[in-house]
Design a protein around this ligand. Structure first.
Ligand code: GLN
Length: 494
């Protein structure tokens, strides 16, 4: 029984029926990590003993009759932006060197409560700023489809781990596309829930009005099962939504689009996308039509300004959030030899502890918020945000979901964009509107272009997360029939 190729749902059932155990499943995945992570570099931290201890505890809880739900005993790779009591948390930065969080993030705690077994912490762009993991202070992760290419970012360690069968599930955070974009370029499923639908407590903050944790998986159903574990009101997060969790698992099982109105965003239909991506997108729209969806072209005229607004709003919030790394409270402290003032130590620590992209964002954000420029930059960007929201509101009067490609290009070569921040930022062209407004959006594989995966984005109204799952599951089912199996089966052996 090759446990690492099974879905999370299948593993959960095998463990529940006693055919295998959480320990056996964890061992199989730890062995896979040991075999391939030298090439993929998805993980920043793996600790076999801690993981196996968790797995043993789950087996004991199950044996004692505790009902832990469908993912009990299933392993998961956890983005290194979530605090974990028993593992380091770096956010991909040197500035958190040596820091051990004194508490678990709400999502970490919910994973444990439902019996998921944490395999380790995954690589990411420093403070989640980036689209390739090349901004990680610990070096890039590699795309399992082509090791010379990026696995996307910022949650690129998490996407690579799932695509390389090192874990059936992983966690991510999506501030401007950091779940959907890496999912798209590695051929897996990634979901950004409605903002506030998943708790930010214990997630190291980048841009607090945008940051949204969400799941990665190889199947739409697995993503929905994990989504459900994450969800529900959290009193520790002041922006947590106190509303019933959308019926995402039911929607993933339903997997039909009959009679659903699907809007094609005119401004994003092929606009700015490379030809292979545009072609797969058009085919996906035709597929949806053949499955009974009604296709409607919808105009969202302000979506094209979303990227510019995001790159003012996100750095502004980051410049404030990252002020807490002051050399006193967390991790790294440079030059504290008794001769320097606190201010000097702070300056030295921040100069050494932050990488170039983080410094760029802090400078951009500080500038956009400075008196005299605030109205022209930050204020204007917030106005654009309102216009993007109105575009969504108008669109959802006409249609049930909106579709676009997830990313303009497939996975790009490592090194190609490191010296060109604008080119890197453009990876988020299609994903950012849903972040600015808090809408739900998923990426599901829809084919290959030149041998590399392409993702279809399905955007849904706020708290309409189930619609994204329903459409994604229908696409997944139809394409698996066409391909006689999942897209990932076409990936080369590692
Ligand atoms: N790539 C975007 C950025 O660099 C989005 C990052 C994210 O979603 N965390 O800001």
């Amino acid at each position: 029984m090759d446990l690492v190729t099974k879905s999370a749902a299948e593993l959960g059932e095998l463990i529940a029926s006693g055919e295998t155990s959480a320990v056996e499943v964890a061992e199989a995945h730890l062995d896979r990590i040991a075999a391939v992570d030298g090439k993929v570099r998805a993980f920043l931290h793996v600790d076999r003993d801690t993981t196996l201890a968790q797995a043993r505890e789950v087996d004991e809880r199950r044996a004692a009759g505790e009902d832990l739900g469908p993912l009990a005993g299933v392993p998961i790779a956890h983005k290194d932006v979530f605090t974990t009591r028993d593992m380091p948390t770096t956010a991909g930065s040197k500035i958190l060197d040596g820091w051990r969080p004194p508490y678990d993030a709400t999502i970490t705690a919910r994973l444990r409560a439902k019996g998921l077994v944490i395999l380790g912490k995954t690589n990411m762009d420093e403070f989640a700023m980036g689209s390739s993991t090349e901004n990680s202070a610990f070096g890039p992760s590699h795309n399992p489809w082509d090791l010379a290419r990026v696995p996307g970012g910022s949650s690129g360690g998490s996407s690579a781990a799932v695509a390389a069968y090192q874990a059936p599930l992983s966690t991510g955070t999506d501030t401007g596309g950091s779940i959907r974009q890496p999912a798209a370029v590695t051929g897996i499923v990634g979901m950004k829930p409605t903002y506030g639908g998943s708790s930010r407590y214990g997630v190291i903050a980048f841009a607090s009005s945008l940051d949204t944790p969400g799941p990665f998986a190889r199947t739409v159903l697995d993503a929905a099962l994990l989504h459900e574990v994450f969800s529900g009101h959290d009193a520790m997060d002041s922006t947590s939504v106190d509303a019933p969790v959308p019926p995402v698992v039911e929607a993933a099982r339903r997997a039909d689009v009959n009679g659903l109105r699907v809007g094609v965003v005119k401004q994003f239909a092929g606009e700015g996308a490379e030809p292979g991506v545009a072609a797969r997108f058009e085919e996906a729209v035709e597929l949806l039509e053949s499955l009974g969806a009604k296709i409607v072209e919808v105009s969202c005229p302000h979506f094209t300004y979303a990227l510019s607004a995001y790159y003012l709003i996100a750095p502004s919030e980051a410049s404030s959030n990252l002020a807490r790394f002051d050399a006193m409270r967390y991790g790294l402290r440079v030059g504290d030899d008794g001769t320097r003032s606190a201010e000097e130590v702070m300056a030295l620590t921040r100069a050494q502890g932050f990488g170039p992209e983080v410094k760029r964002r802090i400078m951009l954000g500080t500038y956009a918020l400075s008196s005299g420029y605030y109205d022209a930059y930050y204020g204007k960007a917030q106005q654009v945000r309102t216009l993007v929201k109105r575009d969504f509101d108008t669109a959802f009067e006409q249609v049930d979901v909106l579709v676009s490609p997830t990313t303009p290009t497939t996975a790009f070569p490592i090194g190609e964009r490191v010296d060109d921040p604008m080119a890197m930022y453009l990876a988020d062209l299609y994903t950012i509107p849903a972040n600015l407004t808090g809408n739900a959006a998923i990426s599901v594989p829809c084919g290959l272009a030149d041998g590399l995966p392409v993702g279809l984005q399905v955007m849904a109204p706020v708290l309409g997360d189930d619609r994204s799952y329903r459409v994604a599951a229908a696409v997944e089912r139809a394409l698996e029939d066409r391909w006689s199996g999942p897209l990932l089966a076409k990936a080369p052996e590692l």
